[in-house]
Design a protein. Structure first.
Length: 192
């Protein structure tokens, strides 16, 4: 059993701009925490600190050191020359088969992706590949930065249901601007 992720008195600034000032929060093990707030308030910076892509100027982060992490960033960060299945296979453990990946793609209504480089897929298709990759990765923490941005209403509702099921019982941190996404997915909501 893992541990909660605890941020205590985090400060982060870039030049003169203070993005986070004495920020403290606890992200509970096995729960989905949604982070909301206006653009520029520090949501993505917070995720980067949790993922150790950046360091805080002061304060402490505990409970993350030994966790394996998967992420859906604002950019899809796929290997553009590889096909969708290969992009997922790179990130998942060897016990997940191509057939299981195809089943996940079916759940997110992804079709017409076989034997094509992801560079030829639409933005929404790439996004779904990135989401499936994070969900199937053998990780103890899933971080999602506005994962449903750009989806039409119908697909967004289907993806909300997919994520609600996929994140059940996992530790997840989700950044969103949408109250509906936060209320559907979040066990806990933090407003920045």
């Amino acid at each position: 059993m893992g541990a909660d992720i605890v941020l205590s008195n985090i400060k982060k600034q870039y030049k003169e701009k203070v993005v986070l000032d004495q920020f403290s929060a606890t992200f509970l093990e096995g729960k989905t925490t949604c982070i909301m707030g206006p653009s520029g308030v520090g949501k993505t910076t917070l995720l980067n600190l949790i993922l150790k892509l950046e360091n805080p100027d002061s304060g402490t982060i505990t409970g993350i050191d030994k966790k394996t992490c998967a992420a859906v960033f604002q950019e899809d960060r796929l290997c553009e020359e590889f096909d969708a299945i290969t992009n997922v296979m790179i990130a998942v453990s060897s016990h997940i088969s191509e057939e299981q990946i195809r089943e996940e793609f079916e759940k997110v209504h992804l079709s017409d992706y076989e034997r094509k480089p992801v560079s030829s897929l639409s933005g929404g298709m790439k996004r779904r590949v990135a989401i499936v990759r994070a969900v199937l990765a053998d990780s103890e923490l899933i971080v999602l930065d506005e994962p449903l941005k750009g989806f039409d209403r119908t697909l967004k509702m289907d993806m909300l249901e997919y994520l609600k099921e996929a994140l059940k019982g996992k530790t997840a941190i989700l950044v969103t601007h949408e109250k509906e996404e936060a209320s559907t997915l979040g066990d806990i909501i933090i407003e920045l």
